[in-house]
Design a protein around this ligand. Structure first.
Ligand code: NI
Length: 137
């Protein structure tokens, strides 16, 4: 079993805010991320797949093909977008890195052939990243 990781990047804006909480509670829980005029991040996204190298090509997946999937399924949906306003999947779900990583898994996984999705890693800042391995618990 070999693991292959491809990186792409995008930038996007979000606001972490629950409308049914008071402004004070939102600031207490979400801090600056509750800023009502939104804020942005430059995200790096790493998609790791696993499998056995194909006997003909020696590839677990063609890295260029994986890049195309990531650009179509992730970058085109999220780059230069406001997650709260532009991305239907986050209309009622908080657009945190945790939830974005889970959504990226759902977008990418159906398009992989001959290998399995292992991990979606989303780097929000140089100090914070999340990893999702497809586990629901
Ligand atoms: Ni943020």
């Amino acid at each position: 079993m070999v693991y292959l990781t491809r990186r792409e990047y995008f930038n996007g804006a979000h606001k972490l805010y629950k409308a049914d909480w008071s402004p004070e509670k939102n600031v207490e829980v979400f801090g600056k991320c509750a800023n009502k005029h939104f804020h942005g991040h430059n995200f790096d996204v790493f998609v790791t797949v696993k499998g056995n190298p194909d006997p003909d090509t020696g590839f677990v997946i063609n890295a260029h093909a994986l890049s195309k999937i990531m650009k179509r399924e992730i970058v085109e949906r999220l780059d230069h977008k406001n997650f709260n306003l532009d991305v239907p999947e986050f209309k009622n779900i908080m657009g945190t890195s945790e939830n974005v990583a889970i959504q990226i898994w759902k977008w990418v996984e159906p398009h992989l052939e001959g290998c399995q999705l292992h991990c979606v890693k989303l780097v929000e800042t140089e100090n914070i990243y999340v990893e999702y391995f497809g586990e629901e618990k």
